[in-house]
Design a protein around this ligand. Structure first.
Ligand code: MF3
Ligand code: CO
Length: 248
């Protein structure tokens, strides 16, 4: 069942989403050569708690940290560690918070110093793929319209679309129905209705779409070691479109 949020729930989700947005803004100036991913995690956790929110990922199915920090060929779910960011890296930071029982979820991929042209393209096109998907959102359209728009855009730039991981509904649980795949057919899947909240999150690779999991049981990496990017917003379906809850 896909939940329709009440006005009260929507207000809380706006606040949760805003804390996610503020966390990204807070972290941005620290995303520089030399910082460890664990230091970023500590900054994020302290910031989120200072806003009276809780990091949703910490303890989620045993996940040990606040952030998922995924570097270069890491697609998602990189565990913060003593690894230092280097110039030329791209780093995806996935922030999930819970405020008064409601979640917000947004990932963004950042450059560390000057990056290669191929990585620049990957970031530009993956961010745009997110908006291509979001632009399909309005009552009466279907999940497949979002999926198809992302897939077509990714294909037009020869990027690999990760199929095993999908976007999702968001609410009093971090992951709710429906799944929001980054590939699929137009006019298929659940119908969007005003008051639904979903996270749309293309994960695109500069090479093969294929991925595997590292032995840590969390980190997902590309099969061919090509770089991967991840852009995600939590959005509310409105009367005639959508509202980004994790944006400015
Ligand atoms: N945004 C991530 C997702 O939707 C959250 C992962 S939390 C974790 O998959 F605990 F699984 F890492
Ligand atoms: Co998500």
């Amino acid at each position: 069942m896909i939940k329709i949020k009440s006005q009260r729930e929507i207000d809380l989700m706006r606040q949760a989403g805003h804390i996610v947005y503020l966390t990204h803004q807070y972290l941005k100036p620290y995303i520089k050569e030399g910082i460890t991913t664990k230091q970023l995690d500590k900054l994020a956790e302290d910031f989120i708690r200072s806003k009276n929110a809780i990091p949703s990922c910490k303890g989620y199915e045993g996940y040990p940290a606040t952030l998922c920090v995924s570097i270069n060929e890491e697609v998602v779910h990189g565990i913060p560690s003593n690894r230092k960011l280097k110039k030329g890296d791209i780093v995806s930071i996935d922030v999930c918070v819970c405020y008064k029982g409601y979640h917000g979820d947004s990932a963004w991929t950042y450059p560390v110093g000057e990056i290669s042209n191929s990585k620049k393209e990957l970031l530009l096109y993956t961010e745009q793929a997110l908006y291509e998907g979001l632009n399909q959102i309005k009552p009466g359209n279907r999940i497949g319209d979002i999926s198809n728009a992302i897939e077509l855009y990714a294909n037009s730039h020869n990027l690999g679309v990760v199929k095993e991981l999908v976007g999702h509904g968001v609410g009093s649980s971090l992951h709710e129905e429906p799944d929001v795949p980054n590939y699929g057919k137009k006019s298929t899947g659940p119908i969007l209705k005003e008051g639904m909240v979903i996270a749309v999150e293309p994960m695109l690779n500069y090479g093969t779409a294929d991925i595997y999991m590292l032995e840590d049981g969390w980190t997902i990496v590309t099969d061919d070691d090509s770089p991967s990017a991840h852009f995600e917003h939590t959005v509310l379906v409105t009367k005639d479109g959508y509202e980004i809850l994790t944006g400015e």
